[in-house]
Design a protein around this ligand. Structure first.
Ligand SMILES: O=C(O)C(=O)C[C@]1(C(=O)O)C=C[C@@H](O)C=C1
Length: 275
C-alpha cells in the first residue's frame, strides 16, 4: 500500500501517518505541499494521502478544504487526531534573545503567534515545520529559529530552546486519510458533507440545519469557505455524527437536495479517539 504525506521527514503529518498505518505494510511517499499530496491521490500515484484539516488553536487548514472541494474523486475514509507540541528549535549556541526570525509552516506560526510576538521576532513561512527546521540547520545562522516537533530537532541536529510553547496548552490537529473514489464503510459513525446553497435568501442555511435537527443528527462542525464566484457567497463544510449509510443521513441528503441545494459527501469514517 502506498501512502503519501507532507514531507520532508520530521513533519507532524509524518507522525500522523506512521501512527495511523502502524503495523501495516506501507511504502511511504513525501510531497512538498498538501495540494501535491491530494494530486498524487487523484493521479493514483499513492493509494492514501494523509493531510491536516483542522487545529484546535488556529482552526481550519484551508488548503486542505479547498483541495477537497475542488476534486470530486477524493473521499475521506478515516480521521486521526494528534496532540501537537510545538518547540523552538535552533542551531547549537543560539541564544533565545538573539533570535530575530522564526521559520515554520503557517499553521505552526499561527499556533505560536503570541510567543513569536513576545520574542519580538518575525515569522517566516515554509512549506512544512520540518522543511523550516532543515533550512535553519543548513543556514547555520544563530539569529533564526524554527518551530516544530522534537523529532525534527533530532533529525536536523538542532537543539530545543523551549518546548510546548504554543499559545494554548490544549493543541490537537485533526488529519484525514483520503483515497480516490467513494467507499461505504459499514462501521462509519461520522461523515463530512459539502453543502452549496442554490440561492441567497433569508433563512436558506437555517432550513438546511433544521433538516439535521429534525432527524436528530448531531453536527460537530460547520465551516464556511468562499465559493470563489462572488464576494459574500459561501460553501459549507458540515461534519455529522452519522455514517453516510445511516437512514437519517440519507434522508437529510435527499431532503436538502429537494430544496435545490447541492450536497456532496466528502467522506464517511469512524470517529477518531484522541491519541
Ligand atoms: O508542517 C508540518 O509539520 C505539518 O505536518 C503541517 C501542519 C498543518 O498544516 O497543520 C500539521 C500539524 C500542525 O498543526 C502544524 C502543521
Amino acid at each position: 500500500m502506498r501512502v503519501g504525506y507532507l514531507g520532508p521527514r520530521g513533519t507532524f503529518s509524518e507522525e500522523a501517518s506512521l501512527r495511523y498505518f502502524e503495523g501495516q505494510d506501507v511504502d511511504y511517499h513525501m510531497y512538498p505541499s498538501i495540494l501535491d499530496v491530494l494530486d498524487a491521490v487523484q493521479e493514483q500515484e499513492i493509494d492514501f494521502g494523509v493531510v491536516p484539516i483542522e487545529n484546535s488553536i488556529e482552526g481550519s487548514v484551508t488548503m486542505t478544504l479547498d483541495g477537497l472541494s475542488k476534486d470530486p474523486d477524493l473521499f475521506i475514509v478515516a480521521e486521526v487526531v494528534l496532540p501537537i507540541e510545538q518547540n523552538l528549535l535552533a542551531n547549537v549556541g543560539t541564544l533565545v534573545s538573539d533570535i530575530r526570525e522564526i521559520w515554520s509552516h503557517p499553521q505552526a506560526l499561527a499556533q505560536c503567534r503570541d510567543f513569536i510576538r513576545g520574542l519580538g521576532a518575525r515569522g517566516k513561512a515554509w512549506d512544512s515545520t520540518a522543511s523550516a527546521a532543515a533550512e535553519v540547520a543548513a543556514s547555520g545562522r544563530k539569529d533564526v529559529g524554527a518551530i516544530g516537533n522534537s523529532w525534527a530537532a533530532k533529525k536536523f541536529g538542532l537543539v530545543i530552546l523551549q518546548s510546548n510553547l504554543q499559545d494554548a496548552s490544549e493543541n490537537h490537529t485533526r488529519f484525514v486519510v483520503v483515497r480516490r473514489e467513494e467507499k461505504a464503510l459499514s462501521d462509519a459513525d461520522k461523515s463530512m458533507l459539502l453543502v452549496t446553497l442554490n440561492e441567497e435568501r433569508a433563512g436558506a442555511l437555517v432550513h438546511v440545519l433544521n433538516v439535521f435537527a429534525a432527524l436528530n443528527l448531531n453536527l460537530t462542525r460547520l465551516e464556511s469557505r468562499p465559493t470563489r464566484k462572488k464576494l459574500g457567497t459561501y460553501q459549507f463544510f458540515i461534519d455529522v455524527e452519522a455514517g453516510w449509510q445511516h437512514d437519517h443521513l440519507q434522508k437529510a441528503i435527499s431532503v436538502i437536495g429537494t430544496f435545490g441545494h447541492q450536497v456532496r459527501v466528502l467522506g464517511s469514517y469512524r470517529k477518531s479517539k484522541k491519541i
